[in-house]
Design a protein around this ligand. Structure first.
Ligand SMILES: [Zn+2]
Length: 256
């Protein structure tokens, strides 16, 4: 059963801009992940016409302009097509169990810049309501790059995750400061690399556990850094990266 196209926005301050690119969520599936994106296009017209063009086969639930205006393209109850090939905690059909928000920003290919305050506030308020409505756990608010580290870098290292955490959105631990110490990088191999890969996998990343620090492991480290240690995004698992990951894992396992 495919639901009707939206007739009214589900978020009070959103304006309807329906996209035909959606389907029903499979039986019994509900949104328990919230995925944040940037558009990665030079302007809104291009981004929106792409997200609303049947030929593109892509969409999102909400679109947030740089001036904070919000559009709703797909009903929260339906399955929008924003995640693509992706994985988290072993789940690969992310579209079926997530809500996707596109945040207007030209992205790394067209002049990536800081997200304006008014846009950040709009995304924050929207996320708070979605999290409340769908009971989304803190550690289930993710970047597109977290679930598709080898393909995506959005919303990128300029996204204000720490500010969002202060406002009750997302899982966060203050990043450990950069410094010396042992590190692992592309080409390294052995037990410690396998242990590191196991930590990333435990947190949720689709990280191979081969014991070889391969290109995909490097991409996972970069994705982690963009989200949790944005000061330096280089794909090298230094002490600061590993210690920050360790803190996050400990926080997840602590009784709440
Ligand atoms: Zn994306």
């Amino acid at each position: 059963m495919t639901d009707q196209m939206l007739s009214a926005p589900e978020y009070a301050s959103a304006t309807l801009a329906p996209s035909p690119n959606f389907g029903p969520r499979p039986d019994g599936q509900q949104a328990h992940l919230l995925i944040l994106h940037y558009t990665g296009m030079p302007d809104d017209d291009q981004a929106l016409s792409w997200l609303r063009n049947p030929a593109s086969q892509v969409s999102c639930h909400y679109y947030v302009h740089q001036d904070g205006q919000i559009l709703q393209l797909v009903s929260e109850g339906d399955r929008a097509w924003h995640a693509g090939v992706s994985s988290w905690q072993g789940i690969t059909d992310i579209n079926s169990c997530s809500i996707g928000i596109e945040i207007a920003n030209p992205g790394h290919n067209y002049g990536y810049h800081a997200f304006p305050d008014i846009q950040v506030e709009a995304v924050k308020d929207l996320c708070q309501e979605i999290i409340r409505r769908h009971n989304i756990r803190a550690e289930h608010v993710l970047a597109h790059s977290d679930i598709a580290p080898d393909r995506k870098e959005d919303p990128g290292e300029l996204f204000p995750w720490s500010y969002f955490a202060e406002n009750g959105i997302g899982h966060y631990s203050a990043p450990k400061s950069l410094g010396d110490g042992r590190f692992f990088q592309l080409g390294d191999a052995g037990e410690p690399v396998a242990a590191l890969q196991a930590m990333f996998q435990l947190y949720g990343y689709g990280c191979p556990q081969s014991g070889h620090f391969c290109e995909l492991t490097c991409a996972v480290v970069r994705a982690f850094q963009r989200h949790f240690r944005p000061e330096l995004v280089d794909g090298i698992a230094d002490q600061s990266t590993i210690a920050t990951l360790h803190e996050l894992l400990m926080a997840l396992q602590a009784p709440s």
